[in-house]
Design a protein around this ligand. Sequence first.
Ligand code: RIB
Length: 328
Amino acid sequence: MDQAVLGQSRVPPKITVLGNINLDFSIQVERMPERGENLVAENFELVPGGKGANQAVAAARLGAETVLIGMVGNDNYGRVLRRRLSHEAVNVKFVRSDEDAATGMAFVVVTRNGGDNRILSVLGANLNVTPDQVESAHRAFERADFLLTALGVSEVTVNRALQIAADCSLPALLDPAPLGKKPPQLWNSASVLTPNQTEASRLSGVTVQDLPSSRVAAEKLARRGISRTVITLGKDGCLLYDEDGARVIPGFRVQAVDPTGAGDAFGAALAVRLAEHATLEEAATFACAAGALACTVRGAQPSLPTREQVEELLKRTRRDKKLKITAL
Ligand code: RIB
């Protein structure tokens, strides 16, 4: 494994993130309610979240110079979230305040055994990030090593960002979540796509239910122009597909309490290591470790690991020296 992951001095990679910023209303429950059931929950917490903000904070904690393009409402929640992002060393120069819409909110229900969550988001101000706003952040694309984006802002805006990235020869990682009725037109211009199995099914038209069908879906996505597909498999790690074919990077065993934000930690970690010129296998191993650690703490941003924590897990499991890769 290269020097960058061994804690030696490195030039910080530059990551530009376009995405949503939310305040998460998170509650813990013994079990998910049945249809029509009125259940008493426990442990309510208000935590900073939103896929874009989570990815930006994760990238910053992993050592990247990070710029976030996004929108909050002109309200107290928005002001607090913006301040928190600055404290995390995320550059918020391109985060604007919307006069007409409230800060995005997400309602997160997590089961106490840590295995399961359900999220409903009200995107609010996030939907008012316009293609013009992205264009005015052109410098953040020119200076970056990687664009990281997901679908928590409007489709036209994600399209514009993918277009600018292509024009600047900037590699882009697209997490196709939350996947609406259709993906943005330019989704297949991303250089790395990180769907989960449900999203891989919808994007490829292949019913994904196991590793062989994940592989077929990834092959189909490759035929549509995706050069690197990384299908996330939760605790089982991820499936990689690129010109070298398909292989699986196994996950890390941890005591999971809340998976919220794990996918964002995964995407950010993958982008950070690819920007540091790691191989796809090295980057995916690092990303699986970051995602696993994010499951061990409640809430989205409070759970995002630091570089040191990820490196410690890799070392403890001896996967800093020897990668585990299963051929398919
Ligand atoms: O990926 C987790 C995030 O999804 C939460 O923080 C919530 O805000 C939703 O956007």
